[in-house]
Ligand binder design. Sequence first.
Ligand SMILES: Nc1nc2c(ncn2[C@@H]2O[C@H](COP(=O)(O)OP(=O)(O)O)[C@@H](O)[C@H]2O)c(=O)[nH]1
Ligand SMILES: [Mg+2]
Length: 254
Amino acid sequence: MYKGLRVAVVVPAYNEADNLPRTLATIPDYVDHVLVVDDGSADGTAQVAVSHARPGVEVLRHLQNRGVGAAVATGYQRAIALDSDVAVVMAGDGQMDPADLPTLLQPIVDGQADYVKGNRFANREVWRTMPRLRLLGNITLSLLTRLTAGYPRLFDSQCGFTAATRQALLRLDLDGLFPRYGYPNDLLARLWVGGARVLDVPVRTIYGSAWRSGISLTTAIYPVLFVVLRALPWRLWARRRRRDKRVIDPCTSE
Ligand SMILES: Nc1nc2c(ncn2[C@@H]2O[C@H](COP(=O)(O)OP(=O)(O)O)[C@@H](O)[C@H]2O)c(=O)[nH]1
Ligand SMILES: [Mg+2]
């Protein structure tokens, strides 16, 4: 429990057998559930997670690789089933600093936000630590996402270090979430349709010596750019549909 909130941490993991023990070991004790989603790994990721001694670890498995967005959706669904008040996403590669967890959770404790996301650009060290091409890609996608996803004040749209309330998640169609890279942009548009209050807080990324990423220039253009651009027409259409539904069925509980 963190200040009265039952906290689940969702850990999407694809071939992270080497990094997972370190990632799990650093998750603070106040986290109630650690939901590792093995996304069809071929390197024993699930076995490493199962044998980890930390209490509260649960391993969910995709038998085939479905993508990081699908892994996060699987974790969210389990967090809801476990009655968690908040679901945090922390990648299995150990790039997210657990010291930032309270920063993500506090606005939810204070009732200020329904979804809190990290903004690595609020920390000056990002200019030193983030690889150049990534800086450029992240800035471009963040500016575009400001225009398309409905939250013009947010930055660092690609940051996957986030905390979502149970209520915000219950208003989303998690099965429809974009399954691969690009899911954070899709999620923002979906949150906007659900009327969620979204806040940026400063976080940092750890780029260790063995740092690698599945993102390349091609995956950044398709699917991420595609999802970013789609967000604008999609969310306007989805909001209209939601309104129409309310008019037709005034008894709907949405
Ligand atoms: N590359 C990749 N990562 C996945 C997938 N499914 C889950 N993940 C996990 O998602 C997290 C973020 O992926 P990563 O490639 O490091 O993205 P980046 O940190 O934004 O560069 C890692 O913990 C991965 O293990 C997948 O299909 N591909
Ligand atoms: Mg990573």
